[in-house]
Design a protein. Structure first.
Length: 231
């Protein structure tokens, strides 16, 4: 997901203009609320617990052939933000968005009009550190609370790919909690404010191998969002 010159990888997904993103989901945060603030994580999750969409109304999932493959979060009524590798080599016409549901079914299904990748997205560097784990995906939304790992500590693990456009989270010494394969594109939040997008990791909640997140507050990411959404 990152080249060694190292700029973060995000994708903006433009929804079908005929289907504006208005699902009647309660308390959807505003754009300004979403894009700043620090850390709680909602994804597929290791060591977490069941959650509900009412607690995480910004969380959505991408579906191909009735199968979940990545998460994302609401930027506005027309845009969703996710990890760039989730959309690599994906035909938007084959993907739909599921929102407003705690489960892998129900909710509102919305078609996708366009996928806009960060211009400096580079997949090979990311491939070396992609998270590995079970392909079992739970029926319902899950979340977990984990601490931020100091940058220098995370750098010791991911020194070839980690940049200041990323941050890490997890119990560094004990492990047992974190993100896993299938969580990509999910949102790290605190008090309704998104602070990161699940990017990659080594293993799933392993000791000394924290989860890595692309930083939504990094200037290159914030500028990218503003350029395409006007927000």
């Amino acid at each position: 997901m990152f080249s060694l010159t190292l700029v973060p990888v995000f994708v903006l997904v433009l929804l079908n203009p005929a289907s504006p993103f208005n699902f009647g989901i309660p308390n959807v945060p505003t754009v300004e609320d979403i894009l700043y603030g620090p850390v709680l994580f909602d994804n597929r999750i290791v060591g977490g617990q069941n959650a509900t969409i009412e607690n995480h109304p910004y969380q959505v999932s991408f579906v191909v052939n009735n199968s979940y493959f990545c998460g994302g979060f609401i930027v506005s009524e027309n845009y969703i933000l996710t990890a760039a590798h989730c959309a690599q080599n994906v035909d938007p016409s084959t993907v739909v968005l599921r929102a407003g549901s705690t489960w892998r079914r129900n909710g509102t299904i919305i078609p996708i009009a366009e996928v806009i990748a960060h211009p400096e997205y580079d997949n090979p560097a990311f491939d070396k550190d992609v998270a590995q784990g079970s392909n079992t995906i739970p029926e319902n939304l899950m979340d977990v609370e984990i601490p931020v790992v100091p940058y220098w500590q995370c750098l010791a693990v991911y020194f070839t790919v980690l940049t200041r456009n990323m941050w890490c989270g997890g119990n560094f010494v004990l492990g047992g909690k974190g993100t896993c394969q299938g969580d990509s594109g999910g949102t790290a939040v605190q008090n309704g404010k998104a602070v990161g997008i699940v990017s990659f990791g080594r293993g799933c909640g392993q000791q000394f191998s924290p989860s890595v997140f692309a930083d939504t507050a990094a200037p290159t990411i914030r500028d990218f969002i503003t350029k395409h959404t006007g927000l």
